[in-house]
Each structure stands twice: as structure tokens, then as C-alpha cells.
Design a protein around this ligand. Structure first.
Ligand SMILES: Cc1cc2nc3c(=O)[nH]c(=O)nc-3n(C[C@H](O)[C@H](O)[C@H](O)COP(=O)(O)OP(=O)(O)OC[C@H]3O[C@@H](n4cnc5c(N)ncnc54)[C@H](O)[C@@H]3O)c2cc1C
Ligand code: FES
Length: 381
């Protein structure tokens, strides 16, 4: 079974498939030995590349073919059909490629080709001697990597306020939080990766000020880093919860690896949690906590989950099927500043709404925010 959960990898492509079976602009899943391979056709050209996205194993053969590229259906990473190189995030590594020959009206996949070589250094002429990147998220990390892969040889310093190396934030509310992805899969790159590329990563390094005239940034601890070019990749922060009790020790925000670790630790000793926010991350957290057998109340503005992300009429439908692991969650409308608009949507374990009450009939779910100490409340933007 591949990472996309499919049992079959299609025909053995080394035996060939009839050209008539693969139309212009079509893709086909096959395999070469035990590797899933995507065979694609563009006019008279045929391409064979690995079919599993290197980001999280998405099935590229179910993606979108655009010119000589393919887009992953899961989070839209983009790969070159010609070289297997990754052209767009969130994947960071390319997929393997094979040569394809046309013999007697058949497309036959032959030997595996060497990975396409790194792009030749394209940095010519004058370039900054030292680049400081502020931000250790996916963007800062990609910038540092790309500078090196494009041939930049000067000093690169990556300053991150986070305590951990750049990580795959999506996993923090999904696989890692649910306990299905190991801790080591969360970091985007290993410490060796940065060492080998001479990328100086500083963690717990929050920039407090920038002196553009003096060309340096100053960390909150007073340390200075001079630069010739500065990149700000500081991302986004969760919207803080401005309600009494929001600073209680069992109220957690989710943004960093450390936040997710704290939630896991809490989930291991808690029976119920309140998740504030009913769009993607809030509901992913709810599903992940359900996977850890924690009872969950979800609280958010509006009458339906995903209110701002989806066509409103879809919310109730999705509420019942976001994930089987979310079954047993309770949805509740957030206690807004105008308390007269409170409402609650309760979900039972069969994931169909079983009761609905609104207006004054319902207060904050039990445990929010001054409830039992076992309550693990997550807030996010
Ligand atoms: C739990 C979670 C789940 C997500 N799931 C998905 C998903 O499934 N799909 C999806 O497309 N997106 C998802 N996202 C959003 C995605 O992770 C972000 O869009 C992405 O992380 C943005 O990357 P970034 O590098 O721009 O910023 P960030 O990842 O926010 O990184 C910003 C960096 O800047 C640093 N920083 C900030 N201020 C300073 C300072 N003053 N000094 C030094 N460093 C500083 C921070 O410490 C951090 O390292 C998720 C986000 C979270 C939190
Ligand atoms: S699995 Fe392909 S982009 Fe995420």
C-alpha cells in the first residue's frame, strides 16, 4: 500500500503499455519493481516520474497536468515531468525519474535516470556578502535552501524565534498531534543539512530591532547580526484570546513544534479539551485529539464550522464528516461579545447533529475557560 493508501500500483511499466491507452495530456499510475511510477503523455513526448509526492506521499497521478509539470492534488506541490525536480512548495525534494521509450506502439519505461543535477550557479557579478533571514518557518527555510542551490556562496544566517528547527507546521495539528507521525518527521531538515550547506541557524533568536542605516539586526538579548541583504519571513501569529482566563496554564495556542508537544503531553493526561476555532486547524486539532480519545468541544463564531472557508451551506455537511476521528466532538458557537447570539451544536458519536439550541439556552461549553484542570484548551487564529 502506498502512502496515499492505495493497494495497487497499476501495471508493470517495464513491460510497456499500449500508446493508445494513454491519451495526450493523460496520466497513468504504474510501477517499476516496487516503486509507484507516474507515466504521462504530452503530444509525442512521454515522461515517467515517481508517483508519490515527497511532501506527504500525495498521489501525483491524481493531480493536475499543466504543460510539462504535475501538481500534487493534496497541497499543490509542483514537479517537472522532465526532470522530477520540485518546482513549488510545500514539497522540498524532487521525485525520481525514468527514461521512456516507444517500441512497437508501446510506451516502455526503462532504467532509472540520475537525479537532475543541481541548477548551475546562477549568481554572477556582485552579490551581498552576508544575508540575514529573519524567520525559521517554511519560507525562511526555503529561501536559505534556494540561495545555496542557486549558487549563492556568501554568509547565510537564519534567525528564528522558535525553539526548534524549521518544521512542517501542517503536521503539528494533524499527524504529529494525532500520534501517527513520528517526531523526527516534523523537522523540515536535519541539523546536518544546514551544517553541510553552511547555513547558520540560530534558534530562540528573536529580532527586536533593525538598524537599516547600520545594516544590522539586534536580537532581544542584545546580540547583533550584520547583513548586506535582509529577508523578513516572519509569518503569522495566532490571534490571542482576549477573555478572562486566557492566560491560565492549561490554555494553549498552536503554532510551534513546542506548542504541539505541549498539547500532546496534555492530551495524554486529559479527558476533555475545548478547541476554539472551527476552520481547518481547529477541526484538525479536534480530530487529532479524538484520535487520542480526548473528548472535544469546538467553539467558534457562526452557526457552522468552516464558516469563512466554505460555502455556508457546506458547513453542516462537513461537520458530520470532517474525519471519522472527529466523531464525538461537540460544536458550539463561541460566546461572542454579544452573549445573546450564543448557540451550541452538539455532535454525537454517530456524527449527526442530535440537538441544537441557541440564544440564552447555552453558555460556554463545560470547562471553558475556567473548567476542570484537565481541560486542554487550544486557541488559534
Ligand atoms: C498548526 C498549523 C497547521 C497548518 N496546516 C496547514 C495546512 O495543512 N496547509 C497549509 O497550506 N498551511 C497550513 N498551515 C499554515 C502554514 O504552516 C503557514 O502558511 C506557513 O507556516 C507559513 O510559513 P512562513 O515561513 O511564512 O511563516 P511561519 O511558519 O509562521 O514562520 C515564521 C517564522 O518567523 C519567526 N519569527 C517571527 N518573528 C520573529 C522575530 N522577531 N525574530 C525572529 N524570528 C521571528 C518565527 O519564530 C517562525 O520561525 C498550518 C499552520 C499551523 C500553525
Ligand atoms: S502531499 Fe503533495 S503537496 Fe503535500
Amino acid at each position: 500500500m502506498d502512502q496515499a493508501g492505495r493497494k495497487s500500483n497499476g501495471p508493470d511499466l517495464t513491460k510497456g503499455v499500449a500508446l493508445s491507452d494513454i491519451a495526450d495530456g493523460a496520466m497513468m499510475l504504474g510501477h517499476v519493481r516496487d516503486e509507484p511510477v507516474l507515466l504521462a503523455r504530452r503530444g509525442d513526448e512521454l515522461f515517467a516520474i515517481g508517483a508519490a509526492c515527497t511532501h506527504a506521499g500525495g498521489p501525483l497521478d491524481e493531480g493536475l497536468l499543466v504543460d510539462d509539470t504535475v501538481r500534487c492534488p493534496w497541497h499543490h506541490a509542483c514537479y517537472s515531468l522532465r526532470t522530477g525536480a520540485v518546482l513549488r512548495a510545500p514539497a522540498m525534494d524532487g521525485v525520481p525519474r525514468w527514461c521512456v521509450e516507444q517500441r512497437d506502439g508501446r510506451a516502455v519505461v526503462c532504467e532509472k535516470l540520475e537525479p537532475a543535477g543541481a541548477a548551475p550557479p546562477s549568481v554572477t557579478g556582485q552579490h551581498p556578502a552576508a544575508i540575514v533571514i529573519v524567520g525559521g518557518g517554511a519560507a525562511g527555510n526555503a529561501a536559505a535552501e534556494t540561495l545555496r542551490s542557486e549558487g549563492y556562496a556568501g554568509r547565510i544566517t537564519l534567525l528564528s524565534a522558535d525553539a526548534s528547527l524549521p518544521c512542517d507546521r501542517p503536521s503539528l495539528s494533524k499527524g504529529y498531534l494525532a500520534g501517527t507521525s513520528p517526531e523526527k518527521s516534523v523537522s523540515l531538515r536535519s541539523p546536518e543539512f544546514y551544517r553541510e550547506r553552511d547555513i547558520d541557524v540560530r534558534l530562540d533568536a528573536r529580532v527586536g530591532s533593525i538598524d537599516s542605516a547600520g545594516r544590522y539586526v539586534q536580537l532581544e538579548d542584545g546580540t547583533r547580526h550584520s547583513y548586506d541583504a535582509l529577508l523578513l519571513a516572519t509569518g503569522a501569529e495566532p490571534v490571542p484570546l482576549a477573555v478572562p482566563g486566557a492566560d491560565l496554564p492549561h490554555v494553549h495556542y498552536l503554532r510551534t513544534f513546542a506548542d504541539s508537544r505541549a498539547l500532546v503531553a496534555r492530551a495524554l493526561v486529559s479527558k476533555r479539551a475545548v478547541v476554539i476555532g472551527a476552520s481547518f486547524i481547529g477541526l484538525e486539532v479536534a480530530a487529532s485529539l479524538r484520535a487520542r480519545f480526548v473528548e472535544v468541544d469546538v467553539v467558534a463564531p457562526g452557526n457552522v464550522p468552516w464558516r469563512r472557508s466554505w460555502v455556508p451551506k457546506w458547513g453542516p455537511a462537513f461537520a458530520g464528516c470532517t474525519s471519522s476521528t472527529a466523531c464525538g466532538s461537540t460544536w458550539a458557537r463561541a460566546p461572542s461579545r454579544s452573549t445573546s447570539t450564543r448557540s451550541r451544536w452538539r455532535m454525537a458519536s454517530d456524527s449527526r447533529p442530535t440537538s441544537w439550541s441557541s440564544a440564552s439556552g447555552c453558555g460556554p461549553p463545560p470547562g471553558w475557560p475556567n473548567g476542570p484542570a484537565s481541560t486542554s484548551t487550544t486557541a488559534w487564529w
